[in-house]
Design a protein around this ligand. Sequence first.
Ligand code: OAD
Length: 247
Amino acid sequence: MTDDIARARDLLDHATSVAVLTGAGISAESGIPTFRDALTGLWENFRPEELATPEAFEANPKLVWDWYAWRREIVAKAVPNEGHRALAELERQCREHEVDFTLVTQNVDGLHREAGSHRVVELHGNIRRVKCFGQHHPVEIWPEGDGVPACPRCGSLLRPDVVWFGEMLPSDELAAALAAARTCDVFLCVGTSAVVEPAASLPFMALQAGARVIEVNPRPTPLTPSASVSLHGTAAHLLPLIIGIAQ
Ligand code: OAD
């Protein structure tokens, strides 16, 4: 393990362009359940296709709104952990050495920015934002009550500003993520099961373009056999060691 940490550190030290992809695993140690882990996964109790699709919202807006309200409460109480903070420090180090840096996240919890990361690409939206279902009008304040609130501009029901299954990813964010994957020479992949497209393809695009991939995950994923360095452990434990802010 110590050798692998040193190899990961060495790859990052010699990089000219770094891309990072994070998934739910990086926020697990902040108390936010992942999606696909046994026992703690959010979807052990809920079927995603019943909750995270436009069709589900149209069929039962109250159920979907309440589920996201519950998740929003968990996120509101969460604080960034050592893993988030280490990535903010990696960005700072890259800036200092004029190394390109992009952090792409599938998470909707906003914890990377809270930890001090600046260049964050939120591929799946942000649960703290709300927009209307019909016209995508952003809405800042809404009444809490029993029903699903409506848009003050058009009357359409409000929904979280996250990407649901079957929806397009925000185009600017997707373009930035693709560009980062294609141009980096080191790609760090943290806490994602690497199964949901198009995010899952980003490390493979980087590999195809000649980058080296470092993976941090307690469990093997479809990416593991292709990674130059695969570190099996948690993000909050390993990232500070890799970034060199812990011994
Ligand atoms: P998953 O729940 O699919 O995967 C979480 C990954 O984190 C797993 O591979 C775990 O082994 C790993 N993990 C768990 N604890 C960890 C820790 N402490 N440190 C590091 N890794 C840890 O979550 P995602 O891959 O993020 O999309 O899922 C991708 C997308 O699927 C989500 O963004 C969401 C969902 O559908 C949408 O809602 C659109």
